[in-house]
Design a protein around this ligand. Structure first.
Ligand code: AP5
Ligand code: ZN
Length: 216
């Protein structure tokens, strides 16, 4: 199963991606997570990516595409994968098509999680992440049972640098301009699935699994 997960910032891609990859036993590849890992490690890639991410802008296509192409060559991706937050532009989608063609495979589904704009800002600004295991919480919609600490590992929860209202607003604008055309792109290929992301986390997950089960 080869899936891409699309949707605006705060739509719930990361939350659902963790559960979907666990359910279908396919690797979860998040370009945002790859960049944040590199920023934490202080790599050259991390320094470059940070300058764009802090402003809510997209990292240039050639950088992102090279990373994803490399990742898709790894053994664990040969039977399936879940891409979270990639592609985000038409050139990225075209590059992905070419990479898959070389692998002689095609995408199973492109899932778009839809959520109203005002909800997106509340979700992103209230998001908290565990610094040790990466688990995602929300101060109101999905709080940790351990308060300020992660309920899974006890790690400290932090807020992403780009989760302030101003940067989230820019990220939504960038999404509308650069990423929205991909809906049409995948609709034309006949693999687009639209999911209502405003339901509870568990209901959204059930809806996604029901759609994907038909393709197993
Ligand atoms: P990335 O990390 O991909 O961020 P994003 O797309 O802005 O998405 P988010 O992580 O903000 O949201 P999400 O949809 O994963 O929501 P989540 O599940 O956490 O990218 C960050 C940056 O990296 C980009 O701005 C760009 O600079 C760069 N980048 C990454 N990929 C790139 C690419 N391909 N090309 C170029 N640049 C790239 O949920 C949000 C919150 O809501 C959480 O608190 C969660 O608990 C809560 N929540 C989730 N679902 C629900 C629900 N159903 N009900 C109530 N609350 C919910
Ligand atoms: Zn944790």
């Amino acid at each position: 199963m080869r899936i891409i997960l699309m949707g605006p910032p705060g739509a719930g891609k990361g939350t659902q991606a963790v559960a979907i990859s666990d359910h279908f036993k396919i690797p979860h590849i998040s370009t945002g997570d790859i960049f944040r890992h590199n920023i934490k490690e202080g790599t050259e890639l991390g320094k470059k990516a940070k300058s764009f991410m802090d402003q809510g802008l997209l990292v240039p296509d050639e950088i992102v595409v090279a990373i994803v192409e490399d990742r898709l060559k790894k053994d664990d991706c040969q039977t399936g994968f879940l891409l979270d937050g990639f592609p985000r532009t038409v050139p990225q989608a075209e590059a992905l098509d070419q990479a898959l063609e070389k692998m002689n495979v095609h995408l199973t589904k492109a899932i778009n999680i839809e959520v109203d704009k005002h909800v997106l800002i509340d979700r992103a600004v209230g998001r908290r992440i565990c610094k040790d295991c990466g688990a995602t919480y929300h101060i109101q919609f999905n709080p940790s049972n351990s308060g300020e600490a992660c309920e899974k590992c006890g790690g400290k929860l932090y807020q992403r640098d780009d989760d302030n209202e101003e940067t989230v607003t820019t990220r939504i604008e960038v999404y509308l301009k650069e990423t929205l055309p991909l809906i049409e792109y995948y609709q034309q290929k006949g693999i687009l699935v639209v999911i209502d992301g405003q339901k509870d986390i568990d209901r959204v997950f059930d809806d996604v699994v029901n759609v994907l089960r038909r393709d197993q």
